[in-house]
Design a protein around this ligand. Structure first.
Ligand SMILES: [Ca+2]
Length: 488
């Protein structure tokens, strides 16, 4: 039943009044009554590996704050991101829809002219309609032209870097404007934490949604002096401990304001670790491979959900995914699902409360954010063939593969192909994948237009012409710059 989680001890009269006022004064500052509506805080890490937290197996350092949430909340062991790369993963989280549905096949760069379509309904839009104050702190990565920025997608406030922290022109934006052109990434986690806790304090008396999207643990890794050397295991561990500290600060602030029983906290990573970066990247072991692949290391991520006195405690082995948060948060917060919009996630509120199961135990892998490349159902996973991929500066090489059948419960590292051992199971899984793909619907062309190599082509062309001229005996001109008159 809708709104069944809301505290009936709180008088009901305020809600009708607040929503009437909200409806008649769309953008006016209306302080909605809480009426038991829980706050929602989503903390998203970038490129954090499945095994980077001590509660997920890391032994070199102890992430005590996240471990504490995991121990007292739901720690998912089989939780999947919507994509093995950044922009599509975020689009999936915020809309409950596979990024393939909106043409987000790659990541946005500072030179991108496109972004997530405005027609998409985000969690922020859904919650704002329910009187929530909404804020994003950190990495947006869904288009940085004004019409694609967070303020145009349901967020009341925005502070952060609008894309990845290795892309050129690192800036802090506030709202739709650049606030700072030269930023110190060493202070980034501290800065984001101050922004996030400030937002919580300013909105303690009303329902709010905070989307805290860290740029860490994406390379280049940065850490403040306070945490440098703290892990004794290199800068990646240091930054991870600082991120864990940040989570602790948010929890502490909620407790201090007596909001901990009123707040759902979700922590997850956007995709698997950047293995090519070696000690500067995370680890997904025992999962196979990492970021950008449809092996488990690419999309199976740490995910912890905590709501004091509401959620069950301990490890949960249910298959679930990032697309589930939209319908699940709608259920907890009394939000409306967008009409005529096909969602890909399932409401997992009963899984979190310990009162029921997810609609199924299936997950579809979209390696290229375009079509289904692998499919999981229960313990089984079928993987379609892929050609070998030669590694480059940002990803390691990947072997070619035939059709692969694995049992993830017995072989978490996807080491043994059971395709020939269990032909009937393979056939059954291929049929499931096909059925899913056939019912997925139309996939639009990619709207992310990066890597068209035009600049590369032009530079190569320039070099070729110069070389050809040199071969004909034409000498390059001497330093003409010196002849310029310098203004005094
Ligand atoms: Ca990422």
């Amino acid at each position: 039943m809708k709104n069944s989680y809301m505290n009936s001890a709180i008088p009901f009269v305020g809600m009708a009044l607040a929503s009437t006022v909200a409806a008649t004064a769309a953008n006016a500052e209306v302080v909605a009554e809480r009426n038991g509506k829980p706050n929602v805080v989503i903390i998203y890490a970038d490129d954090m590996g499945y095994a980077d937290l001590s509660c997920y197996g890391e032994t070199r350092w102890k992430t005590k704050n996240l471990d504490n949430l995991a121990e007292n909340g739901v720690q998912f062991t089989d939780f999947y991101s919507a994509s093995p790369i950044s922009s599509p993963s975020r689009a999936g989280l915020l809309t409950g829809r596979y990024p393939a549905r909106m043409g987000i096949q790659g990541v946005f760069f500072p030179e991108s002219y496109t972004g997530m379509p405005q027609s998409e309904v985000t969690i922020a839009e859904m919650l704002r309609e329910q009187g929530y104050k909404t804020s994003i702190v950190g990495k947006w990565h869904l288009g940085h032209r004004e019409r694609f920025l967070p303020l145009q997608q349901g967020f009341d406030e925005y502070f952060g870097i609008p894309y990845s922290n290795d892309m050129t022109a690192q800036v802090y934006m506030r709202g739709n404007e650049v606030e700072q052109f030269h930023i110190d990434q060493n202070l980034m986690i501290q800065t984001y934490t101050k922004e996030a806790t400030g937002f919580i304090r300013r909105n303690a008396g009303r329902p709010f949604f905070l989307y805290m999207a860290h740029n860490m643990m994406h390379v280049p890794i940065h850490v403040s002096d306070r945490f440098r050397g703290k892990s004794g295991a290199g800068i990646y561990g240091d930054a991870l401990l600082e991120l864990d500290w940040s989570v602790g600060e948010i929890v502490r602030t909620l407790e201090e304001l007596n909001l901990d029983k009123n707040t759902i906290i979700v922590f997850a990573s956007d995709n698997g670790p950047w293995l090519q970066e070696g000690p500067l990247g995370g680890t997904a072991l025992p999962l196979r491979e990492g970021k950008s692949t449809d092996y488990e290391g690419g999309v199976r991520v740490p995910c912890i959900a905590y709501w004091k006195d509401h959620f069950t405690k301990g490890k949960n082995t249910s298959v679930a995914c990032m697309l589930d948060w939209f319908p699940t948060i709608a259920e907890f917060c009394g939000g409306k699902l967008p009409e005529g919009v096909r969602l890909d996630g399932y409401d997992i509120s009963k899984v979190l409360m310990g009162t029921g199961k997810r609609a199924n135990q299936d997950y579809a892998y979209f390696k290229n954010n375009k079509n289904v490349t692998a499919y999981r159902s229960g313990d089984w996973k079928i993987e379609l063939p892929i050609p070998a991929i030669e590694g480059n500066f940002w990803r390691p090489s990947t072997e070619a593969r035939d059709t692969v059948l694995v049992n993830l419960r017995e072989d978490i590292g996807e080491t043994t192909n059971l395709y020939y051992k269990y032909p009937q199971k393979a056939k059954e899984m291929l049929a499931k994948l096909k059925k899913y793909a056939d019912n997925f619907g139309e996939v639009p062309a990619s709207l992310v237009q990066n890597n068209n190599h035009q600049l590369k082509y032009l530079n190569n062309e320039r070099k070729r012409v110069i070389k050809e001229a040199q071969n004909r005996g034409i000498k390059p001109r001497k330093n003409e710059v010196q002849k310029f008159i310098i203004a005094k």
